[in-house]
Write a protein that binds this ligand. Sequence first.
Ligand code: FES
Length: 367
Amino acid sequence: MPEHRSATTPRPAAPGAAAPAAGRGGAPGRLLVRVRERIQETAEAVSLVLDAELPYAPGQFLTVRIPGGGARCYSLASSPHTGEPMRITVKRVPGGLGSGWVCDAVAPGDVLEVLPPAGAFTPGPGGLDRDLLLVAGGSGITPVLSLAKSALAAGRGRVALLYANRDPDSVIFREELRELAGEHPGRFTVLHWLESLQGLPTAAGLGAPLAPYAGREAWLCGPGPLMDAAGTALRAAGAEAGRIHRERYFSLGADVFAQPAAPEPPAEAGVEAGAEPAAEAEVELDGRTYRLPWRRGTPLLDVLLAAGAPAPYSCREGACSACCCRVLEGGVTMARNEVLDDADLADGYVLACQALPLTDRVRIGYA
Ligand code: FES
């Protein structure tokens, strides 16, 4: 899977997605998972099958600690709806520290330090029952395969996949896709695009194959130029912009494993002389309601982690949407936001890692 990723069109993490179910690492949210099996998918791509039963939603990713410092986000290729074990798939990036380590060094029996599954590249309630169009390029197939298997196993709609690759040898999951299509005739259609035969996929070239599916909810993951071309082709065919979801790449600028999970405890209301009294946060998360003082300059995520709440997060930089939640009452501002668009903001979505209170009382919901 490409290193570092993010998504548009956020949805709160799946219910319970932040609840740890494996061995705990040294700080809140961190987990230790053992590698059960290593699968060489292609010459450049490796899957790691994990001994872990973490709640997750189709299309989500794991943040994995990389030896020597840093972390990478790798999408799960497995489906939470098929009973299969969790599996991440990683494609070697030239010079990539994380992908090089996974592809060259990680072996069965090794233990990985991870954060709970997160990410917003996942259909919301009822989303798996709709007809879907999936577009993937190269290792962008990883979360897309999870969506496809989940929709076919747990949904009622039809699924079409356009999958672009350099040549036949670089097609990851070729056999698995062929078997899925055979098991679901009439429901699952796979269209391969090979650059060695058809050239680079352009908006003009993708117009004809994608047009029949322009009315479907579309999920795109792959290199930026491919997603741009597919998005343009779909818009030209009449697709609504709000129904086109993209998985974006981003860089984790900080080592999320090296940072303290809760750098600053929330203050008691008005405890500092001259300081503006703390706001009150009422947060519905994982079946519980937390009522917490919220210091004006402290991000909501830090307040929640300091209180021991299992709030999801990954980058803590406003770039991945793993911490996405929704304002139900009151107002917040965000110090940084690289993933939410105007429509998301209008729907009340915010990033907990960047959210600061604007009103004395704010009610927040997850999932
Ligand atoms: S944790 Fe990545 S945007 Fe908040």
